[in-house]
Structures are given as structure tokens and as C-alpha cells.
Design a protein around this ligand. Structure first.
Ligand code: ACO
Length: 168
């Protein structure tokens, strides 16, 4: 949800605050794994991701990535995703990056397709509160592209991508 001042807020019902309190705590602990995108002084986009480790295999999971509607198709999503890709390269041993996306989210599907994410699975009834409840699992293989540079953000953009812990 967007407030009149343009900030992201999260709606929750009475039975859900614990989940969102945990979400905020997680975001604060993510450090540079959570970033905000600014257009001038306005927060217009955000990304949160985390590294998941199983044995000696490391993957990166994009928990959320989004941009306010009036600021879409300006390269802000690209700037946020490039940050995630750079974090994966900095880590040096990320096998793949993956995320869940609602099956009818054509904008996000087109966006991630541009960055060579492809669907590896469809999870039925993945979401509890949105319809359709099904999600594609999109994945980008990072083996072999740990040093490749992604396309730069258009120079005319004045957007900064900033750590969530440097908002004050
Ligand atoms: N239709 C077709 N292609 C698109 C679209 C679209 N609506 N949006 C992006 N693309 C593709 C294009 O190739 C585009 O390049 P171009 O503009 O030069 O043609 C390229 O992606 C890069 O677009 P950006 O401008 O960098 O992307 P944007 O800032 O608009 O962000 C995003 C894309 C994040 C999907 C945005 O639409 C959004 O915030 N949507 C709502 C939130 C959302 O659905 N987030 C993803 C959910 S999944 C998850 O969070 C893990």
C-alpha cells in the first residue's frame, strides 16, 4: 500500500500483526540485503532478499521486489534487481537466485524474463489471501555468470538505491 506521502506501508488484520512484526524485524536485520529506491526524496521501490544455505549449496531468495505504479518502466526495478545480482556476485558462491510470483502477474513475469529467470515449478495454493493463489517459482542460474556485469541503469535516472538502515 502507498501512503499519501508515497511511502510503503503494510496492511494487516488483527490476527496478523505478529507476522508483520517479524517481517519488520527481519528487514532490519537484513542490512544491505534490504534496499530502498528513492526518486528525489521519495521512497518509490524496495527489495528484500536473503541467502539460503543447504549443505555446501547457497541460493539467494528474493522475498519482495516492487516499485510504486507511477514510477514503473523507468529502470527502478532493474536497479533493485541489479543490487541483488551484485550481492550474489559479491558472495561468490551462489548457485541460483529464485522467487515466487503470482501466476497472473504479467508485469513481473516479463520483468524477470528479461533477466533470464525462468519458471522451474508452479505451486498450487501457495498464497492464502490472494486470488489466484498459485505461484510460479522463477529461477536464474548464477553459475557461470558470477562476474558478468548486468545492463546499467539509464543515466538520466536520478534514483538512488539505499540501505534500509540508513533511512534516518
Ligand atoms: N510489461 C512488459 N515488460 C515489462 C514490464 C511490463 N509491465 N515491466 C517491466 N518489463 C520488462 C521490460 O523489458 C523492461 O524494460 P523496458 O522498459 O526497457 O522495456 C524491463 O522489464 C525493466 O523494467 P524496469 O523499468 O526496470 O521495471 P520496473 O521498475 O517497472 O519494475 C516490477 C518491475 C518490479 C515488476 C514492477 O512492475 C512492480 O513493482 N510490480 C508490482 C510488484 C510486483 O509484482 N513485484 C514482483 C513480485 S514477485 C517478488 O516480489 C519476488
Amino acid at each position: 500500500t502507498r501512503t499519501r506521502s508515497g511511502q510503503f506501508v503494510f496492511n494487516y488484520t488483527d490476527d496478523e500483526p505478529a507476522v508483520f512484526v517479524q517481517f519488520y524485524k527481519d528487514v532490519l536485520e537484513l542490512g544491505s540485503m534490504a534496499k530502498l529506491a528513492y526518486f528525489n526524496d521519495l521512497v518509490v521501490g524496495a527489495v528484500c532478499c536473503r541467502v539460503e544455505t543447504e549443505g555446501d549449496k547457497h541460493r539467494m531468495y528474493i522475498m519482495t521486489l516492487g516499485c510504486l505504479a507511477p514510477y514503473r518502466r523507468l529502470g527502478i526495478g532493474t536497479a533493485l534487481l541489479n543490487h541483488v545480482l551484485q550481492k550474489a556476485r559479491d558472495h561468490g558462491n551462489i548457485d541460483n537466485i529464485y522467487l515466487h510470483v503470482q501466476i497472473n502477474n504479467e508485469d513481473a513475469l516479463a520483468f524477470y524474463r528479461k533477466f533470464d529467470f525462468h519458471s522451474v515449478e508452479t505451486k498450487e495454493q501457495y498464497y492464502k489471501r490472494i486470488d489466484p493463489p498459485h505461484a510460479h517459482v522463477l529461477q536464474k542460474d548464477m553459475r557461470g555468470c558470477m562476474t558478468a556485469a548486468e545492463p546499467p541503469v539509464p543515466p538520466e535516472l536520478s534514483t538512488n538505491v539505499t540501505d534500509t538502515d540508513s533511512m534516518d
